[in-house]
Write a protein that binds this ligand. Structure first.
Ligand SMILES: Cc1cc2nc3c(=O)[nH]c(=O)nc-3n(C[C@H](O)[C@H](O)[C@H](O)COP(=O)(O)O)c2cc1C
Ligand SMILES: Nc1ncnc2c1ncn2[C@@H]1O[C@H](COP(=O)(O)OP(=O)(O)OP(=O)(O)O)[C@@H](O)[C@H]1O
Ligand SMILES: [Mg+2]
Length: 532
């Protein structure tokens, strides 16, 4: 391991003084720039990140923490947050010891021969500009850290990891290092920041970032696996060298890693049952489709409100030839939702879940769905954009604003008639409808997505007969009929104990329905049944 503390280089005293003043002013400027901005969401993200940093600085002494800095945009954000956070932390403590004039944070950079030269240059420049005590490590992560810990009392490392990074899976803002790694606390202050948040911060604070981001790079790995993001390519018919727009102009943060060579395939968005793209057309048409409905609502379970959407959904599903396996009602409680979805997800092509969708404390449906699939809730930039329009200037980016969706399994179903897209997580569709009129509207949009969501099947036909025969008189004949017509669903219900009895024949072939009805009629005297 080669360590080059930057302060070991000869620096003139005036420069050092200059640098310290600059560092101090700069720290204040970050805080002022954010507080002076009218971007409520950025303020919320900033305050949360500063809170995490201040908790970490309260838990660990400055000698026990380090910043993992690699010149990338995320670690650049982190660097400035730490400068501001350290300044605020020190400000909260007594300033009398003069601790404010330096920023003694150990900074580690794992330099690799395949790093972009621009990344190296930016890293060194940033270290010297902000007076960082830089340790350059040229071995692999694990042994580099082991050696670092032998020589230093480090217990926690700040990282610029964000949800959506492959390495973020399972991490929280404070996550102990993984098994097999030297023991330390990973502190991730910007874990819940989106791509847009990163750029909002860097541009609002007017801080320098690596020049590659102005050349269309949106996420930077090694020279072997990183190219500019093709979504930022400026088409040029003259055949000259390709040009790219700067990274901050990428509108969809989900494509941040489009310029990175993929190491593994993304999680399939298809449901385990309805892998429609894979079926051949014939088997697709033949296969039965089954749906179910889950209502989330304590108000239904207390009897205060009647569920009108479940029965309507059943009718809708039947109208497109689907069968309905069950409708259930569960409490507004994450575990109740999760258990029900978990139980139903592999036996239905689609599960429709409604109620408990929104920003209130009781709106836990998406959290329950996330739990059922073993993923967590993560900020969804695209969904947020819709909410921003709906919520307007009151939008603060707070956790309560429901832009948190199950990570890695969410698909947004856009339709011009919907102000906010429908949410589909694997084979679970989250409906926002709260009454039949709203459900009618959402259903029409769902039917429009035919191929991708709802496969339209041959509709069910049905015929109903009523009779005043007693149960005992008719029971045996009906049992036999069920055996003769296994392709039909023969359903009986009565309007009262004294009758009449309604017998419904449901199936996909009208002729079979007619045949079954006639077979039943033949077993009794004429006029015993009447058609409804
Ligand atoms: C300071 C530091 C600590 C890390 N700790 C862990 C860890 O505890 N567990 C782990 O699986 N990877 C850990 N990593 C590795 C990262 O998860 C990731 O593999 C690395 O940053 C390379 O990312 P890349 O493949 O996107 O370039 C750590 C990396 C750094 C720089
Ligand atoms: N070579 C490295 N040296 C030091 N820290 C690193 C290194 N590679 C990754 N890290 C840490 O892991 C974090 C996440 O890396 P990641 O590549 O996702 O972000 P970034 O490099 O800051 O930005 P970008 O996504 O644009 O590449 C970094 O912010 C940094 O804290
Ligand atoms: Mg990077």
């Amino acid at each position: 391991m080669l360590q080059i503390p930057f302060f070991s280089r000869p620096i003139c005293l005036f420069c050092m003084l200059d640098c310290k003043i600059d560092v101090l002013l700069g720290k204040m400027e970050i805080d002022q720039a954010i507080r002076g901005s009218d971007d409520m969401r950025l303020k919320t993200k900033y305050n949360n990140a500063i809170y995490v940093i201040q908790r970490a600085l309260a838990l660990y002494s400055i000698e026990e923490v380090a910043l993992s800095f690699n010149g990338g945009k995320d670690s650049t954000v982190l660097l400035h947050l730490l400068r501001a956070g350290y300044f605020l932390h020190k400000g909260e403590q007594s300033c009398s010891n003069g601790g404010l004039t330096s920023f003694p944070l150990r900074t580690i950079y794992f330099e690799s021969p395949s790093a972009f030269p621009e990344i190296n240059t930016f890293t060194y420049d940033a270290a010297s500009r902000y007076g960082l005590q830089l340790d350059i490590i040229r071995s692999d992560f694990k042994s580099g850290l082991e050696n670092l810990f032998k020589a230093n009392p480090i217990r926690a490392i700040f990282l610029g990891v964000r949800i959506g990074d492959p390495t973020a899976v399972g991490q929280e803002q404070f996550s102990p290092s993984s098994p097999g790694w030297p023991p330390f606390m990973r502190v991730n202050p910007i874990l819940d920041w989106s791509y847009r948040d990163v750029w909002a911060f860097l541009l609002t604070c007017k801080v320098q970032y690596c020049s590659l981001y102005d050349q269309g790079y949106t996420s930077i790995g090694s020279i072997h696996d990183t190219t500019p993001n093709s979504l930022l390519c400026i088409s040029d018919s003259s055949g000259h060298k390709e040009k790219f727009k700067p990274a901050y102009l990428l509108s969809d943060g989900r494509s941040e890693r489009a310029g990175r060579v993929k190491k593994c395939s993304p999680i399939s968005q298809h449901s385990p049952v309805a892998e429609d793209g894979l079926d051949d057309q014939e088997s697709q048409v033949k296969r039965m489709r089954t749906g179910s409905a889950i209502a989330v609502g304590d108000e239904i379970l207390s009897g205060a409100v009647q569920d009108e959407l479940g029965p309507l959904l059943c009718r809708k599903l039947r109208s497109i030839g689907w069968s309905v396996s069950q409708t259930t009602v569960v409490r507004n409680d994450i575990d109740s939702v999760a258990e029900e979805v978990e139980r139903q997800k592999s036996s239905n092509d689609l599960i429709f879940i409604y109620g408990g969708v929104g920003p209130l404390h009781s709106d836990v449906t998406s959290a329950g769905v996330a739990k059922a699939f073993g993923v967590r809730l993560a900020p969804d930039e695209e969904f947020e954009e819709y909410l921003r329009h709906v919520i307007g200037k009151h939008f603060t980016g707070d956790r309560n604003e429901m832009a948190l969706l199950p990570e890695g399994i969410t698909e947004l179903l856009h339709h011009e008639n919907l102000s906010v897209p429908l949410i589909k997580c694997q084979n679970v569709v989250l409906l926002t409808a709260t009454n039949p009129t709203e459900l009618e509207k959402e259903w029409e949009c769902l039917v429009d997505f035919t191929k991708s969501v709802l496969i339209l099947m041959e509709p069910y036909e049905s015929k109903s007969l009523t009779t005043h025969l007693s149960d005992v008189e008719i029971a045996q004949s009906l049992s036999k009929l069920c055996m003769q017509y296994p392709d039909l669903n023969i359903v009986c219900h009565r309007k009262s104990r004294a009758g009449p009895l309604v017998i419904s024949f449901e199936g996909k072939e009208e002729a079979r329905i007619e045949s079954a009805a006639q077979a039943l009629c033949k077993k009794f005297q004429d006029g015993v049944f009447s058609e409804t």
